[in-house]
Design a protein around this ligand. Sequence first.
Ligand code: MN
Length: 398
Amino acid sequence: MTWVTGADGSPYGVTNLPYGVFRSNGGQPRIGVRIGSWVLDLAGAEAAELVLAAGALCRPTLNDFMALGRPQWTAVRQRISELLTDPAHRAAVEPLLVPLAEVELLLPVDVADYVDFYSSEHHASNVGQIFRPGQPALLPNWKHLPIGYHGRAGTVVVSGTPVVRPTGQRASAEGPVTGPSVRLDIEAEVGFVVGVPSPLGARVAADDFADHVFGVVLVNDWSARDIQAWEYQPLGPFLGKSFATSISAWVTPLDALAEAFVPAADQDPPVVDYLRDVPHLGLDLRLAVEWNGERVSEPPFATMYWTPAQQLAHLTVNGASLRTGDLYASGTVSGPDRGQVGSFLELTWGGAEPVQLGDETRTFLADGDTVIITATAPGPDGTSIALGEVTGTIHPAR
Ligand code: MN
């Protein structure tokens, strides 16, 4: 139980406590933690020595705090929980609560490198059927390693940032044409934020996942399917993806997700040694995609084929180093049913089956459309916690 007004019973109760960066009244960026419909100013709390984190909470991003490592992450979380539950701290802490409605939420992490995987078997299989009908849905490598590509860290933006429709080349019957994308799409994903770095040349074992990964964000990997389809061979996604990738303003620490780890999908054929994670755990995150106010899909993250620990091991098997602030996303989360897909490419089956949104129909995104991705996860004692939403509105091409 917390003494914070309205927070008990909220999906942002004291068992959640996601971290973010906010600004109020045009001031400097400050690290905060969400509790109910409030933000606890952690910079203020550390300045007042209510919580100690070697000054890392008095910074404009979470990076220095994330670099401290799991023992400190856990200690700070425990202390914050104590401050918000023990009435003895109320007088000192209550002045540091800012109403969420009065703050601007900023990009919480200075993103170092950004990688995007392709780890949902249902998504990969749907895309294979849409783009390569009559051929095997999965390419031969798919069940042997988590497929991924390096994205553009500098265009990762915080939830709420407008997304300008990208311009680029696409194929047409008369040859390539240049113009605004006409097949702008979403990808509902889950992102993992690295706190503790690793040295160049060393591998990170799957078992060391929790020592390096600080927490989880929701991701919308906006995708221009027409630009992507023309450019992607032979080197993979490029400008069809790099114009914007949105992440939630709140980073949910792994410690808040202890109840959400569940046995992951069985893998057949067996994976090679460095990809073996024991225990083999996924996360029971239940995503929802809202398109102009209508819930069009509920992607279940627990159905992912490759786990975040396996993705981390794969990302570093060649000795590539991790940096604080690295972000790796899961790939589009799609379940087995049409109502569980994480992209509109799949929802409309390549644009062939439009969806009805109120009195309008859609295949891909129109200017002015808004997409909101949310998620919940099991919390302690049958409760449920919310992950921070990721939202974006499409602005016309410039
Ligand atoms: Mn993606």
